[in-house]
Every structure is written in structure tokens, then in C-alpha cells.
Write a new protein. Structure first.
Lengths: 235, 235
DNA sequence: AAGTGGTCTAGACCACTGA
DNA sequence: CAGTGGTCTAGACCACTTG
């Protein structure tokens, strides 16, 4: 029954956040300097710093050397989006995962793909079109381009049983990536493949990945109708 | 010309990341314990910890007490999404921002809205429908519900010149929020308002915000055609 | 130039959790 | 219950940036 509010950075973070929520410090206000605030809250400056960084990460406050810490006036809504490997996503929803290779070709990618991957000189890539299934029904239509220059081994991999994603994930660590989310009206062919009506709106997620500036892959995932992404403020 | 690679947590983070990218440690492999790795890299354990936490945050490694640190086998694509206040977004694109109030009513929200806000007993809310304009053209159609219980003062605010968002942002700090992104085929009315064709696919972003479990607002932002969201791996 | 946040270190102790 | 990551502290120094 003892409320031993131990000093911990999470506790400190919540207390500072509380001072903002209850109006002690309002939008645009300047908070005390770290050293003073730490003393006031009874913790080390390092601990306060840890707490403040968490608040700064979520976009609640803004910190500047010499400028001090202020409550953001124009807070951005900053959310973390987790996009798991499709197989795991399907399985997490309690369905049986399936994979079906539609087509596999090699070609130089069209300009938009090359541009998205920031390729200066477009080179031959492997194009893989496939379906991810959930309990036998289409879950996602995937249209992928893989760089044969960065990942030559992919040419020898059997992609009829194993998704290119699964192979890449295990064999080519990614150093950074971009994501683009948009809405799309599906054409006749897409509609048929993902079990939608022609013209129906679907969510399209494109991902571009690189290893140290060398392009790995561009994936365009056309989700089935009704699919949505969820995100939330970081805890 | 001196490559004084000073030990800093970013440097350490990049070096450990490098050990993963170059295949020294592969997916599923276990990394040395912090103390050993710190000594190997010539930094304090605290500094290594800072670096490892950054890698864990981006989903590259997984850390467990007693279990050690392993390279994630099923890496999630974890991205940070920043959604600014609409006015700033429009201005950042070099357009002149405009705001137009369409309708303002009070009512008990329909079930889906109440459910999204986790309201146990739906109560009266203020409903505000408005357009955000960029150089006079519709940029976003906003359909917002504001809790009159949590934010009673909003009833007295003039929302014909000031967006509800702007007022809320300055007067009701948010403790946490959820975001939902989906694709939507617009109906006749929406199409007309946002300058689209009937049935055209548009990106819909819904946001629910709370202060300490008390619902503040539900916003449904229907973006104009062609709009897309971008995100990328955290630096 | 001076003030404020950012980081590093070393050491101690805590809290999970897997063998 | 022992091993590993997580955190706290105190003090020093660094680096940015604003007055």
C-alpha cells in the first residue's frame, strides 16, 4: 500500500508531461533549465535528460542548446508505424498464410520505379508479382522489383514457394528505407486478383529499401479492400 | 585529414549496424553481451547501451535481459509518421492557406465514432465540418467531433474563422492518440467538396485524441485525390 | 562569450528471465 | 538463482546557438 514513487525516467517523464497537461506550462512556454528542473524533481540531471528526450521524441517539447526547452506551439502528430512481414501479419490475425507466384521476369524498370529508388542509371532488375493469401483468399497483391546488381543471388532463388520478401529479409539487411502510402482505384486486373470491384478504393503501400545507398528493392503492395493501417502515439 | 573516429553513441550505433550489414552477425545471431562489446569497441557500457537502444528502437535488434541481444529474424518495417497541423502543411508547400466552415451542429455521435473514442456512454458532442484550402482549392475535407464534456469551452469558440484544430492544439494538450489510415471511394457530396470524381479513391486519415482517457476529439480527414503520406526509417 | 542542452564515463544496483 | 540488459548517479567536458 506504499506509493513509493521511485525516481525513474518514466516517472519523471510523466510528471513533466503532467505539468504540461494541467496547464502549469502552456504552449510556447519555456521550461526551467535541466539542472533546476532536475533538482526540483529530485533526480539526477542525466535522468531528467532521458525523460526530456522522450518527450522531445514524441513532439511534445522542443529542445535547443542555449535556447532552452519549450512546449511546442505547433505540435506534429508523430506516430510510429509498424509494418510486419506479410506472412506474420496474416498469421497474427489467425489465418493460414499462403503464397502464390504470379509472374517472374527480368527487365529495366520504368522511370517512376527507378526514380523512387534514386537509381542514376537504371539497370536490369528482377520483377516478381505475387499474391499473399489468408485462408486461401487474397490478402495482398505484391509487385516487386529487385536490383540484380545489388542482389545478384536472387536470380538463383526459387521464388515459387518462398516469397522474395522472406528471402531478402534474411539475406540482405537494409540500412534505410522510404515508405509511401496512397489510395488507388483498382483497374480490372487488380480488382480480379485481390477480389475487389473495378474502381474500388484500396490502400497502396510502396516501400523502397537500400543498403548503403545501393538500391535493393521496390515493392508496391496493393491491399485488399477494407484494409487499413493503425498507428498511435509512442507510449 | 585525421579520421578521429571519436567514440560517440551514433558512431558506436553505426559500427554495430555495420557488423550486421556486412554479415558478421546474421539474422537470428546473438551479439556479445554489452560489457564485452563495449570493451571491444572501446567505449563505456552506458554508451554502448545508448547505441543498442537506438538499434532496438528501429527494430533491427531485439534485447532481452538474461537472453542477450539478437539480430531480429522477423524485422518489422518501423517508420515514423509526422502529421503536421494542416495549415502548416499547406504553407510548407508554398500555398496560401484558407479555411472554410461548412457546418456546425451538436449531437450524440454515431456508434462508430463513439467506439473509436472508447466512450462507454456516448454524450453530446460538437460536430464541425470544414474545408482546408490551398490557394483557394480544397486541400482537405475535415469532419470533426469534439467532446463537449471534456472540452465544454469549445461551444463558445468562433469556429468560422479559426479551425477547431488550431484552437484545440493550443488549449487542450493531448496525452495520447490513435491514427487510422484507409482508402475510400468518395460519394457524390465528398467528390464535389474536394474536387474529385465520384467514386475516385482518396486517402482518409482518422485521428482520435485523449487527455488522460477523457476523449477530446475524433477527426476524419478526407484528402484530395493524389495526396499521399511519406515516412522513412529513423535516422 | 556565455548559457543551455548533449554526451561520456565509471561504478553501483535493480529487474527481468532463461537455464 | 545467476546472468544479462536497464537504470541511476555524479561529475566532467563538449557543442551548439543565441544574446
Amino acid at each position: 500500500m506504499s506509493f513509493v514513487a521511485r525516481t525513474s525516467w518514466q516517472n519523471v517523464r510523466d510528471r513533466v508531461h503532467g505539468l504540461i497537461l494541467d496547464g502549469t506550462y502552456r504552449h510556447g512556454d519555456k521550461l526551467p533549465r535541466d539542472e533546476d528542473l532536475a533538482e526540483e524533481l529530485g533526480c539526477a540531471r542525466t535522468t531528467l535528460h532521458r525523460a526530456m528526450r522522450a518527450l522531445a521524441d514524441t513532439g511534445i517539447i522542443e529542445r535547443r542548446r542555449k535556447g532552452g526547452t519549450t512546449v511546442r506551439t505547433d505540435p506534429v502528430t508523430r506516430a510510429t508505424l509498424d509494418i510486419p512481414v506479410t506472412r506474420l501479419e496474416v498469421e497474427a490475425r489467425g489465418f493460414t498464410y499462403g503464397y502464390h507466384l504470379l509472374e517472374r521476369t527480368e527487365a529495366v524498370p520504368p522511370a517512376p520505379i527507378a526514380a523512387a529508388l534514386k537509381m542514376l542509371k537504371p539497370h536490369r532488375m528482377l520483377r516478381v508479382q505475387a499474391l499473399h493469401l489468408a485462408d486461401g483468399r487474397t490478402y495482398v497483391l505484391e509487385d516487386r522489383w529487385v536490383s540484380l546488381q545489388t542482389v545478384p543471388e536472387i536470380a538463383q532463388v526459387d521464388l515459387s514457394t518462398q516469397s522474395a520478401n522472406e528471402w531478402l529479409v534474411r539475406n540482405r539487411p537494409v540500412s534505410h528505407y522510404d515508405i509511401r502510402i496512397s489510395a488507388h482505384s483498382c483497374d480490372v486486373k487488380e480488382a480480379q486478383l485481390i477480389g475487389a470491384q473495378e474502381g474500388q478504393a484500396v490502400l497502396v503501400v510502396e516501400r523502397m529499401t537500400w543498403t548503403n545507398d545501393a538500391p535493393i528493392t521496390h515493392v508496391r503492395a496493393t491491399n485488399s479492400p477494407g484494409f487499413h493501417l493503425m498507428a498511435s502515439s509512442r507510449s
